[in-house]
Write a protein of this length. Structure first.
Ligand code: SF4
Length: 358
């Protein structure tokens, strides 16, 4: 088999459903695909391990790599969070984070793009720019790499590098693989898609799923301030966002999580909280108040504890359920808005080296 065909098969395997695997791997009959799917979900590292496949098939597939990505670096923080730098098939890299809460519940924070095109002013990933979308295999493999650390995380948040709803086909496919009952079987209610407010994507989720939890980065509830902090607001302003969220709630009946990353002196005032409470009023939503995590080179500073408390109290006083998010992951720069620091200046670091060799 040529190198090209080997690469193609390796790219597909972890991102394929049982019904697709048999055809992609040339296996007959079709139930062989389900066997391979189960092995991958169990963490097999090669086709040779798949003992219920016929020996000739195992032999034929033995040279194929099962995964298209590998772990380059693992950093562990004082709060037990782990950040992985994952090298992709083309030399690009992404980061994924494992967060463990006080009850020992593990959450995998997965990336959907290399870099991000949305350019939120307070985000390290946004400052890196955008290289490309991830494929479903590259998204699912992040979960496998994180599972190899302390076992399978029960929760998944698509809150890593990139805007999930700007890569909705790969996102949808990866969720189908992650939740499939013959494989990992992750509960849909334990999966959260976090968007910066891509309105067509929210409507698409409302109409066609997948039906998982939705979180939206709101950050500010006046158009001027939100547009300054989040360029997405110039494409879909607060009125368009609210209309889409009301539509989403009408279709799904779900409560939505709104995220408010607050930066001292920017959007952390009591007036900002009051505007947010007014904007939220018709929605069934909880606000996660996230004191901004420092990112070297960005012109913001953390809010004081007093500012964050006053912001939260104003939301509550106006009848909004507000929760202060613990700053987990911060020790490894794996907290919200901090992803990307292991990647250096280039999202495709190895390409430069290869170019020099040529
Ligand atoms: S906050 Fe999210 S959507 Fe905004 S630039 Fe960062 S990764 Fe992209």
């Amino acid at each position: 088999m040529s190198d090209a065909s080997q690469t193609k098969l390796a790219v597909w395997a972890a991102g394929l459903l049982p019904g697709e695997l048999a055809g992609a791997l040339g296996l007959r009959p079709a139930f062989r695909g389900k066997q391979v799917f189960k092995w991958i979900a169990k963490g097999a590292s090669s086709f040779s391990e798949m003992s219920d496949l016929p020996a000739p098939d195992r032999e034929r597939l033995s040279g194929l790599p099962l995964y298209s990505s590998s772990v380059d670096e693992a950093l562990t923080g004082a709060d037990d969070s782990v950040k992985l730098k994952i090298r992709l098939r083309d030399g690009a890299a992404v980061e994924s984070v494992l967060l463990t809460d006080a009850e020992g519940r593990m959450t995998a924070c997965l990336s959907t793009q290399v870099g991000c095109p949305m350019a939120c002013a307070f985000c390290k990933t946004g400052a890196l720019g955008f290289l490309r979308d991830l494929g479903p295999d590259e998204i699912v493999e992040q979960y496998f790499h994180l599972s190899a650390i302390r076992g399978r995380p029960s929760n998944i948040v698509f809150m890593g590098m990139g805007e999930p709803l700007a890569n909705i086909d790969a996102l949808r496919k990866s969720i189908a693989v992650l939740t499939h009952p013959d494989g990992l079987g992750v509960s849909r209610r334990k999966i959260t898609i976090s968007t910066c407010g891509v309105v067509p994507g929210i409507r698409e989720l409302a109409d066609n799923g997948p039906h998982v939890r939705l979180a939206v980065s709101l950050t500010a509830a006046t158009d001027d301030l939100r547009s300054a902090l989040m360029p997405v607001n110039r494409s879909w302003n607060l009125a368009a966002l609210k209309e889409a969220l009301l539509y989403y709630q009408e279709k799904t009946g779900d409560r939505i999580t709104l995220e408010a990353a607050i930066m001292g002196g920017q959007n952390s005032s009591v007036e900002s909280a009051a505007a947010m409470a007014e904007w939220i009023r018709p929605l069934n939503a909880q606000v996660n108040v996230i004191p901004w995590n420092p990112v070297p080179g960005l012109p913001y500073h953390e809010p004081s504890r007093a500012e964050a408390s006053a912001f939260e109290a104003e939301l509550e006083r106006r009848g909004v359920n507000a929760v202060r998010r613990a700053r987990r992951g911060r020790g490894v720069s794996g907290a919200c808005g901090q992803l990307g620091d292991t990647l250096g200046a280039s999202l495709l670091a190895e390409e430069d080296e290869e170019d020099e060799e040529e």
